[in-house]
Design a protein around this ligand. Structure first.
Ligand SMILES: NC(=O)c1ccc[n+]([C@@H]2O[C@H](COP(=O)([O-])OP(=O)(O)OC[C@H]3O[C@@H](n4cnc5c(N)ncnc54)[C@H](OP(=O)(O)O)[C@@H]3O)[C@@H](O)[C@H]2O)c1
Length: 261
């Protein structure tokens, strides 16, 4: 447990709310040291002793570390002075420099969790801009470990690229699941069976990857020269890797473009 006070601007949202719940459940911050804000003024965590405010400056004044968990388009209207404090931004596409200039924060962390914060299974890369000692960085790391795994990266540009990779959370698997299921239905498999089969591949069988090397699994299955090998080869010949590369570049380009607006 830390002595610092954490403020979460937008603490009722998907990401902000999940992080607030997790840091309390994991005991990293006691309820008395958590302040959350939103515009509507209601939050279930208020019943657990966390403070709820609608005045973002009041939240900043009470906090040592402030997470900004509002959507990027709402950032310009925040008008907060965080001089001497650390800001952790979850917003895609707004540079650390822009955030530092607009808030006067002494350090800005740009972090990119994903929707799996909800089940404490996010991967959160984070980048630090400005002055932050080892204790501060350790707290940031522990904060994001409350909702999964986390790692500091040394270049801000990595955050833009990773926004399109891990930041998308369940999006790529959802697309794969839907494609597998729809193709099976089109091939005449009953819809309920197609959906069970596709869900098993993407959600259940893939659990093996938690403890097994993916390339070894591919190599072993291709070595059988059977059904799986034929299916995977069709993917390779269809330039699957290149398509993934293009998808990531397109997503990263949007993240970078956001930086300039
Ligand atoms: N969702 C994802 O998968 C994902 C992944 C990576 C990064 N992100 C980033 O995370 C941020 C939050 O995304 P989200 O999906 O959690 O959004 P969300 O569910 O819409 O949450 C945003 C929250 O901000 C509050 N809010 C809006 N304006 C505010 C203001 N002026 N003062 C205080 N609170 C305010 C809203 O509550 P009220 O309407 O009550 O004010 C809402 O609870 C975004 O910047 C996004 O780029 C999201």
């Amino acid at each position: 447990m830390t002595n610092e006070t954490l403020g979460i601007i937008g603490g009722t949202g998907w990401l902000g709310g999940s992080i607030a719940k997790a840091v309390l459940a994991k005991g990293l911050f006691p309820a008395g040291k958590l302040v959350v804000s939103n515009r509507s003024g209601t939050h279930p965590l208020a019943q657990q002793g966390a403070s709820l405010v609608t005045d973002n400056q009041a939240l900043v004044d009470r906090s040592d570390m402030v997470i900004i968990a509002v959507r990027p388009e709402h950032f310009a209207s925040l008008h907060i002075n965080a001089a001497g404090k650390t800001i952790i931004s979850l917003m895609a596409g707004i540079t650390a420099q822009t955030i530092a200039a607009q808030t006067s924060a002494s350090a800005v962390v740009r972090a990119m969790p994903n929707a799996a914060v909800e089940i404490e299974q996010s991967f959160t890369p984070w980048y630090c801009f400005g002055a932050m000692d080892a204790l501060g960085k350790n707290l940031v790391q522990r904060l994001f470990e409350c909702v999964g795994t986390a790692a500091e990266v040394q270049e801000e540009g990595f955050i833009d690229y990773l926004s399109a990779l891990s930041g998308t959370g369940p999006a790529f698997p959802a697309l794969l699941l839907t494609a597998l299921s729809n193709q099976a239905i089109a091939a005449g498999i009953p819809a309920d069976i197609a959906q069970l089969a596709a869900k098993n591949v993407v959600v259940n069988s893939s659990q093996l990857l938690a403890s097994r090397d993916p390339q070894e699994i591919i190599d072993a299955l291709v070595a059988y020269r059977g059904v799986t090998a034929a299916a995977l080869q069709a993917m390779t010949h269809g330039h699957f890797s290149a398509l993934i590369g293009r998808a990531l570049q397109e997503g990263a380009a949007v993240a970078r473009k956001g930086l300039q607006s």
